[in-house]
Design a protein around this ligand. Sequence first.
Ligand code: FMN
Length: 153
Amino acid sequence: MSPNVLIMYDSMTGNTEKLANAVAEGAKKVKGINVEIQKADSVDLKSVAAADAYAFGSPTHFSMMSGRTLSLLTRLYPIRDKMAGKPIAVFTTGAGGQVDALASIERTIGVFNPIFVKPGVTVEGGTSETDRLQAVKLGERLAKAALVHQRSR
Ligand SMILES: Cc1cc2nc3c(=O)[nH]c(=O)nc-3n(C[C@H](O)[C@H](O)[C@H](O)COP(=O)(O)O)c2cc1C
């Protein structure tokens, strides 16, 4: 079966959403990959359990991940065993503090025992073509990691 890449993101003003779409675009470039995007506040736990790889995107709020991203990770904690050992990539946008937001997500997700696809993408703004291309590449790297992971099972 084709691996599923699930992209989950929060966005208040659209910057992180643009990156999420670019990550999806990159993942779709890899042959044989199914890609799904869901917003953080309406993520379906069944799709999470069924997916083979994940991307998490968040704006920076108060030098960390957004509240909705933290709520999502809190909801996912009980099903962390379904996510363990699968590739995960993280992307954040901000106005200077985006690296802190990325670090806060990676630190929290570490509890889920993922295979991190690093480096993630962390950009100021998130609307430039350079930002978009970085996110497209991240999506490609994540999708390739999903294929490798599926073959190794
Ligand atoms: C409530 C709030 C708090 C924020 N706090 C920070 C911050 O601490 N550091 C930072 O770099 N940007 C901060 N920002 C800016 C956003 O992270 C930045 O504009 C981001 O790209 C917005 O993403 P979005 O359009 O996906 O919502 C904050 C924005 C909001 C609305």
